[in-house]
Design a protein around this ligand. Structure first.
Ligand code: MF3
Ligand code: CO
Ligand code: CO
Length: 330
């Protein structure tokens, strides 16, 4: 019998080669195997438990649904710097409706969560829910992102791609929904329990929700944007958790992500002064372990470097004289 691919456990140098030639391994395939191994590079670091599944073909959106400028090419044409973060009453009226619709789609998506459902099935349900409201799934082909929401399970921090993986009893999963409706985006997310989860995960999810609430509570006209991250980071660290540094909240409107960034940790240089009429997201990602992240080779999925769990909640908010008004409530 001839064998053409090397086994998982390779022979010692003086043992017979795996190929069946009868020669010593070091005289036969050892050289070729090490060249192949070098070409493959190191195994990706996979400290956690979630593994990539199969991504289904792209879902289509009916031609009558208005699309953002990147829907065909994947590249936004409008500059992130072009749009003011303070909205006119006319833009704000459209944003109120888009944001409420986002909250409703999130609620609908979450109502289907149960052990055994795949994240791709959640994508199909969600995709239909956007369309039913006359909206386009903002993430679809955004910089090439292939799906209609992000599903981030356990140690996945954000931008998890819906795939063939079935949710398991004890998982936590963040569903991140963004709708493009009436020419503007509304963006929100929440983390849910699948079946019965362990007490540490419950604590993580509770503290992360509190972090979002405290961040929203820190929004005050005349204060710097850095107040938001200060409030969030204080609560996370007090609870022995860490704040993800690589991803921030953002200005939003006719543009999915404007140039305005809202760090969820204290950043002295985030000195933009909060003004009435501003609209932006607050979306803290909080980890049970440390804040370092890694990216999967799909180019999207961000996971914790230590494999411990991460949770996230997000709302789009409007700055008012009284503080912040949440726009993404259903
Ligand atoms: N909704 C995410 C956010 O909160 C962005 C997802 S962009 C994607 O900003 F391309 F990853 F889907
Ligand atoms: Co989002
Ligand atoms: Co967002």
């Amino acid at each position: 019998m001839t064998v053409t691919t090397p086994p998982a456990v390779l022979p010692g140098p003086n043992e017979p080669c795996w190929c069946g030639s009868g020669s010593k391994y070091k005289k036969c395939h050892r050289g070729a195997d090490s060249v192949e191994a070098r070409k493959r590079g190191p195994e990706p670091v996979r400290a956690g438990s979630v593994r990539p599944g199969i991504i289904s073909p792209r879902r289509s959106v009916p031609a009558n649904i208005p699309r953002p400028d990147y829907a065909e090419s994947g590249k936004p044409r409008r500059s992130r710097f072009a749009e003011s973060d303070v909205k006119s009453p006319e833009v704000l009226a459209r944003m109120r409706r888009a944001c409420r619709a986002a909250g409703q789609v999130l609620q609908e998506a979450a109502s289907h969560l149960r052990p055994g459902i795949t994240t791709d099935e959640i994508d199909a349900i969600t995709h239909a829910a956007y369309i039913q409201r006359g909206g386009y799934p903002s993430t679809l082909n955004y910089h090439g992102y292939p799906k209609s929401l992000c599903t981030s399970v356990n140690e996945v921090i954000c931008h998890g791609i819906p795939d063939s993986r079935a949710l398991e009893d004890g998982d936590i999963v963040n569903l991140d929904i963004t709708i493009f409706l009436e020419g503007v985006h509304g963006d929100c997310s929440a983390t849910y329990f699948v079946g019965k989860v362990d007490p540490e995960s419950e604590r993580l999810v509770r503290v992360t929700r509190e972090c979002l609430d405290l961040g929203i509570g820190a929004v005050k006209v005349g204060r710097p944007i850095s107040d938001i991250g200060r409030a969030i980071e204080g609560h996370a660290t007090k609870n022995g958790m860490s704040v993800v540094r690589a991803y921030c909240g953002h200005g939003i409107g006719e543009t999915f992500h404007t140039s305005l960034q809202i760090p969820h940790y204290y950043e002295a240089e985030a000195d933009t002064v909060i003004e009435p009429g501003m609209v932006f997201t607050i979306e803290p990602m909080i980890n049970l372990g440390d804040w370092h992240h890694r990216s999967w080779d799909d180019g999207w999925t961000a996971v914790t470097a230590d494999g411990k769990r991460s949770a996230q909640f997000e709302h789009t908010i409007l700055v008012t004289e009284q503080g912040a008004e949440i726009l993404t409530l259903p």
